[in-house]
Design a protein around this ligand. Sequence first.
Ligand code: PHE
Length: 366
Amino acid sequence: SACKKSEGGAGADANTINVGEFASLTGKEAAFGQSSHKGTLLAIDEINSKGGVLGKKVNLIYEDNQSKSGESATIARKLISRDKVVAILGEVASGRSLEAAPICQQNQIPMISPSSTNPKVTQVGDYIFRVCFTDPFQGKLIANFAKNTLKVTKVAVLTDVAAPYSVGLATFFKEPFVANGGTIVADQKYNGGDKDFKAQLTAIKTANPEAIFVPGYYTEAALITQQARQLGINVPLFGGDGWEAQELVQIGGKAMEGTYYSTHYSSEDQSPLVQDFVNKYKAKNNGEIPDAMAALGYDSAMVLADAIKRAGTTDEPKLRDAIAATKDYVGLTGKTTLDAERNATKGAVIITIKDGKFKYVETVNP
Ligand code: PHE
């Protein structure tokens, strides 16, 4: 596995607080880890430039899981035993958060996922938190969007059965969609990493849906949309936050025009807080516009720093309690209040792709 890297200090000593991070910095979902990590780093830099927390600098120790399953638990173990981190930030993909969470729970090291939305992540135990909304909310808002905005009742679903996120979001979409009079006319499956979706799409075409829901990640979502168009399927395709990455358009090209997905934030949000972040992020990252993972990475680090300050210590049980008590923390993705299940309740935004660009459509509040 990749070597550890650290930012913000020379290493652990009496003057630093070690915080761990595991991320998909390379591999199939590299866009997730890269964005989330850059957002996290910006937060750590800001925290340190204002004197750190409890009079100490925060030392972010991060490691790449290469988007592979099996790596994240190993990394969590190393961050805890080797680096003596007080808390761990990560991951974006729910499947990889689910791998590290039991290690954090067993060792009583708080873990804050910036953007894993599957309910099971925080169900691992009382040391596991997230600063984003969950998929029962996301699935329902997508179901409402399909019914009320797309005005479709016959939908096909194409699920990545290898990703807990995808399996969950498919279910959380289907239940309310069907309860509100919709029909799932085709229910097809694939495995993350697949490249050819023609068989599933041919079955979907035969079922004659009015739209296709793809609750997966951006690489496959782009290939699926492209292949659907090649097969002469012209109905809208839509997805959830897993679609969010520049790569969606880079891979899918023109086929992505007129598709939709839901996510956590829009860089077009004109609030001074968001615009200030967008400008700082662009300045630091060659003009790149921060996406939802960047914003949530930033918020996750800020929520942790805020909790360390309130706890007045990095002693883990007290730090855990302070994170759990997070209330109305104003961040880039709205206010973070952690409920008894250690989840946040936040609004979502719908994005469409127009002229190769991501365009804000609407905000959906809980
Ligand atoms: N919510 C996704 C998951 O749980 C990850 C994700 C978050 C992807 C935000 C893109 C943007 O796997």
